[in-house]
Ligand binder design. Structure first.
Ligand SMILES: [Zn+2]
Length: 286
């Protein structure tokens, strides 16, 4: 069966300007915009798309329309973050576990196929080793993953930084996204967790004013080494570009991600297996 899998994208974003995308959909998803992005995915050969979430129901609309474009679409409805930490740009926040449970129930009622969680901030592309905010404590990561699993959902988690990645793996998170600054021993022991490195989204920072090419290059080189270690240890790696993010257009972003990962991993075999595993675990429920 042909067709490519975009294992991490945000259909509400346009690959250029997050603020403009947020403003566009703020009063309800704009169908013409969603259709244009779905068409770009179809034209690139994409037949599966897993959305990383948005706060305005854009991915839920995309999930309803995607069949017209020959795309199987998996959505979390919205991503869930702890209030005050990173994540409000792609979803809703909780203050305590009671509120967290209510958000899981809300996602379920909205038609979520899985739960998307935010364990850490974003990669700091100016300061080496930096992440934009502190990670959640390990106990909280284990608890929120456990609750999502209890509700019958697989978990996709945004995570950077060595400790949060370790906690994510220990919690049995189904897929980890980005995963920059992973410790070598974690790369060699991903276990049942699928790694979606979104290499292209960070690669897109190279040459961008206001960021350090040296920091970005070093983070990318380290991640490449961890990916080779993971693959050599039988770890599962899938291709997702974070399409919609700045410098990562829908469709073309995945082709770039695949080219980068194929170069790092020396072929397409690992990705073919990883994409299959991810599509099985994160299948649309409709
Ligand atoms: Zn994302």
């Amino acid at each position: 069966m042909g067709g490519l899998a975009e294992c991490h994208g945000h259909i509400f974003m346009n690959g250029q300007d997050y603020r403009a995308a947020a403003a566009l959909h703020r009063n309800g998803p704009v169908e013409s915009d969603v259709r244009a992005h779905l068409a770009a995915c179809r034209d690139a050969g994409i037949t599966y798309f897993r959305d990383g979430g948005d706060a305005w129901g854009v991915s839920l609309l995309a999930a309803r329309l995607a069949g017209e474009y020959g795309i199987r679409y998996a959505t979390p409805a919205f991503a869930i973050h702890r209030q005050g930490r990173y994540g409000s740009i792609v979803g809703h926040g909780y203050g305590d576990l009671k509120e967290y449970r209510a958000l899981v129930a809300q996602a379920k009622a909205a038609g979520a196929d899985f739960i998307k969680l935010m364990f850490s901030g974003v990669l700091d592309c100016v300061r080496y080793g930096g992440v934009s905010c502190p990670p959640l404590p390990g106990a909280e990561i284990r608890e929120i993953v456990h609750i999502a699993h209890q509700e019958g959902f697989p978990v996709m988690a945004h995570v950077n930084g060595p400790q949060a990645i370790r906690d994510a793996l220990e919690a049995g998170t189904d897929s980890i996204e980005h995963g920059f600054y992973m410790a070598p021993d974690c790369a060699k022991a991903l276990g049942s967790t699928i790694w979606v490195p979104t290499h292209a989204a960070i690669h897109a920072f190279l040459g961008r004013p206001g960021f350090s090419d040296q920091v970005v290059s070093q983070a990318l080189a380290e991640q490449a080494e961890r990916l080779r270690q993971a693959a050599a240890s039988g770890g599962t790696i899938a291709a997702g570009s974070d399409s919609g993010a700045v410098g990562v257009p829908h469709g073309a972003g995945l082709l770039q991600e695949r080219a980068l990962l194929e170069e790092i991993l020396g072929g397409t075999e690992v990705l073919a297996q990883g994409d299959r595993a991810l599509m099985e675990r994160f299948c649309p429920r409709r």
